[in-house]
Design a protein around this ligand. Sequence first.
Ligand code: GDD
Ligand code: MG
Length: 361
Amino acid sequence: MKALILVGGFGTRLRPLTLSLPKPLVDFANKPMILHQIEALKAIGVTEVVLAINYQPEIMLNFLKDFEEKLCIKITCSQEMEPLGTAGPLALARDKLIDDSGEPFFVLNSDVISEFPLKEMIEFHKAHGKEASIMVTKVDEPSKYGVVLLDEETGEVKEFVEKPQIFVGNKINAGIYLLNPSVLDRIPLKPTSIEKQIFPKIACENQLYAMVLPGFWMDIGQPRDYLTGLRLYLNYLRRISSPLLASGPHIIGNVVMEETSQIGEGCLIGPDVAVGPGCVVESGVRLSRCSVMQGARIKEHAVVSGSIVGWHSTVGEWAHIENMSVLGEDVHVRDEVYCNGGLVLPHKEIKTNIDRPEIVM
Ligand code: GDD
Ligand code: MG
């Protein structure tokens, strides 16, 4: 079975992290976002993943080379010369997606995280026997997503409205599809939106079915949602009693920590924290609802809460980083500095307080 992951777009909403790496390679719970997806695809028997990409394919491919071997899965790129939207890339990758088997293939948005119940999706798709299946999930704020109206009993999609201005419903497109090859005949090789131009048509012909996704789901393409997604994901790890969760007297709630990170005396870590590989967390540090990425150093008695600390950054002694601050790669915050919601671009040094949310460039 094959799969295509939509990895185009510049990930602007996840800046400053995406100034250093393409969005799918940004770590989520200590693993590049896209690896969560590739592992889930591999687990249900996908043998080839096509990355639909419109810039920097070499960075992605180099990065994923190791994993290709480790996971025993073929990873290739299909590169657009101009952004083709969310459907055009499928037409471009047509030859890679179709083979003699006539099997359906998966399509995933690269910035969604869930339990990826792909096996259940295959069964659902077989059971209704129509052209296309999508996963849907319930959210409180549907307007920033694709909203789906469906027949609750059969799952048949009655209407698909991308980013509606007025309330249509609260079940939304989760960005995980299983499509028959025939769907490709509906997509022209030009910039095309699957949500606006393709799904509404398929729904009109009663060929689109939606399955309500069991378990958690989040689009982690912006900092606030990224941290919410982290909480949900760690919660899920707790539910399955995952050995990845850290334990000990200094741990509160759900925390993942790489073995190669060092934790000093008297720290308090959690809930909902990820500490990446090679990090140094000095003594007396307080971390909660945050992600600290590879090689970062949090100095004595600093506090990081509700924020993301990018790769190889340092947070000074007694400094406070809070309220959805995002420090890009290699940012250095001086001792005792307070950072309230600052988005700090890579390679900056922060010498004075950031009192209210702002972009520091
Ligand atoms: N190759 C390629 N080319 N990929 C693209 C392009 C493009 O021109 N434009 C966007 N993508 C990729 C993005 O990288 C992402 O993985 C996916 O397509 C969806 O784009 P987003 O920009 O993240 O869209 P969204 O979050 O506003 O909305 C989409 O996702 C929601 C769920 O998270 C839609 O599919 C909504 O219907 C859905 O609810
Ligand atoms: Mg998105």
